[in-house]
Ligand binder design. Structure first.
Ligand code: FES
Length: 136
């Protein structure tokens, strides 16, 4: 068997979310990038060292969030809000924040910290290859 359906589903969903805006706030950044995952192919995000230990970083163009709860352990999630599909636009106090209705998600687990969203962010596999984060 090849990649799990979850991985394909998440990356495909992330790519689709980039093409559709669900509200003014979601479209405010106006980001468009050819570096966004459009299939289940792995995507390079950049140097792993850019993600602080105990912190997280948003990769808006790729529609992903990466956190590093402990040194060398990375977690990656889609930043497509599970409420109505807006794109999380910042990390505050260890939580990804949705600008549309204020849902917040734990950057280390993807779990909902504050609604109206009720479902966690979709997790995306991530690894470090030669010092570079590779998602998918
Ligand atoms: S779309 Fe994110 S909180 Fe509603």
């Amino acid at each position: 068997m090849s990649a799990s359906p979850d991985r394909r589903t998440v990356l495909r969903g992330a790519a689709l979310a980039g093409a559709v805006c669900f509200g003014a706030a979601a479209c405010a950044s106006g980001e468009q990038s050819s570096n966004r995952p459009s299939s289940d192919a792995p995507v390079e995000l950049g140097p792993a060292a850019e993600v602080p230990v105990g912190g997280a970083k948003l990769y808006g163009a790729q529609r992903l969030l990466v956190s590093q709860p402990t040194k060398g352990a990375f977690k990656c999630f889609s930043i497509v809000c599970t409420h109505m599909g807006a794109i999380l636009n910042k990390i505050e106090k260890g939580q990804g924040v949705c600008p549309l209705h204020g849902s917040r998600f734990e950057a280390t687990t993807g779990k909902v910290a504050q609604g109206p969203a009720t479902r966690p962010l979709e997790e995306v596999p991530v690894k470090v290859k030669n010092g570079t984060l590779v998602a998918g």
